[in-house]
Design a protein around this ligand. Structure first.
Ligand code: ADP
Length: 341
């Protein structure tokens, strides 16, 4: 019965709220009761003392307040009064903090559920649509007598769709790997060389100009080649995907001081609003505007980038570009070789 109640997150949250609410009300009530009982006990003790003193004919009732025993009783009970109020307050504050925490966890869980549902919807679409395209191409080739040129065009299309499918599957596998269990095998890599290779690869698909800005420095890092290249390529692919069709994209690789290096991707696309900047690195998160929805994606790209960069003890930030667009900046430790050191 209890298991059944707690298996439904909404019901179990309601029960937890109810319980904590009851505990807060009970805490207030017991504190008040203790306070009243303390006052009653004080009154009884004082009355007893007054009677004892009067019986012994030691003191008039009016002089009671000057009596030392009276003052000791008074001090003791006022200390107890403060203790009851203090403890009651701490209890209530702790319970309110607890309630707030439960509420935040509940909100987080709701968000995660929604993101997972979004992911399922988009991933189903993303996986199904290339498969459907390839099937259509194969059926067309089977049924129709096509010229060599038509066959070439269709094959090209099928290959591109296949590549898309492969990329999505790779992203899903990589995100599962970087969540735990992946062994990063570190080796010295040149950030400049990675940037050059990525740009060469992406420039084949992109009509606009991708410019590389570097210095004399090779910007060596100690990194895992597979995951680092995928992470940095995700940034460039996003700039291409979310920027206007032919807008310029700048990739900057440079040293920062003696110990750090920076890899920056700057685009002049729509940019990212203030409220979304923290959330775009969450798993499955996609900005919900019309422009983004038109683009294919799973919401895993930036999640992978953040995980990989953090695994390399680096940092990633996003700021607005001027007049529009976004700048993604990755900062990593510079690898200093023995000959240079
Ligand atoms: P996906 O691209 O598959 O949606 P990402 O994790 O790579 O997933 O990106 C998350 C969201 O961040 C995207 O849906 C997009 O709205 C936003 N985003 C990422 N890069 C950019 C960019 N360069 N310009 C504008 N928006 C971006």
């Amino acid at each position: 019965m209890i298991n059944k109640l707690f298996s439904n997150p909404n019901k179990s949250n309601f029960i937890v709220f109810l319980l904590v609410g009851y505990l807060i009300a009970a805490g207030c009530w017991w504190s008040y009761l203790l306070y009243v009982k303390n006052q009653d006990a004080w009154l009884a003790k004082i009355a007893l003392l007054a009677r004892e003193l009067a019986d012994e004919g030691l003191m008039e009732y009016a002089d009671l307040q000057k009596n030392q025993s009276y003052q000791l009783i008074n001090q003791k009970y006022s200390r107890q009064e403060k203790m009851i109020m203090g403890e009651g307050l701490v209890l209530i504050v702790l319970m309110i903090i607890g309630l707030r925490r439960v509420y935040n966890l509940h909100k987080k869980e709701e968000l995660l559920q929604q993101q997972q549902q979004n992911f399922l919807l988009s991933i189903t679409h993303e996986l199904k649509s290339p498969l459907a395209s390839v099937q259509l191409v194969l059926e067309t080739m089977q049924k129709r007598d096509l010229s060599k040129e038509q066959q070439q065009k269709l094959t090209q299309h099928a290959l591109a769709e296949n590549e898309r499918l492969k990329n999505h599957i790779n992203a899903m596998l990589l995100s599962a790997k970087v969540e735990g269990g992946y062994t990063y095998s570190l080796q010295p890599l040149s950030l400049v060389q990675i940037a050059e290779e990525l740009i060469e690869q992406e420039q084949l698909k992109y009509k606009g100009q991708i410019e590389l800005l570097t210095t004399e420095d090779d910007c060596l890092i100690m990194a895992d080649s597979l995951t680092m290249q995928t992470a940095l390529s995700n940034l460039l692919e996003n700039a291409i995907k979310y920027a206007a069709d032919t807008a310029k994209i700048v990739v900057k690789v440079q040293p920062i001081g003696d110990k750090k290096v920076e890899f920056e991707v700057q685009d002049w696309g729509l940019g990212i609003s203030k409220g979304e900047k923290n959330r775009i690195f969450d798993k499955f998160y996609r900005v919900g505007n019309e422009h983004t929805r038109q683009k294919q994606g799973t919401g895993l790209g930036l999640y992978i980038v953040k995980k990989v960069v953090e695994a390399h003890k680096g940092s990633i930030t996003v700021v607005d570009n001027q007049p529009t667009g976004a700048i993604f900046r990755v900062v990593l430790d510079k690898y200093i070789t023995q000959d240079l050191a």
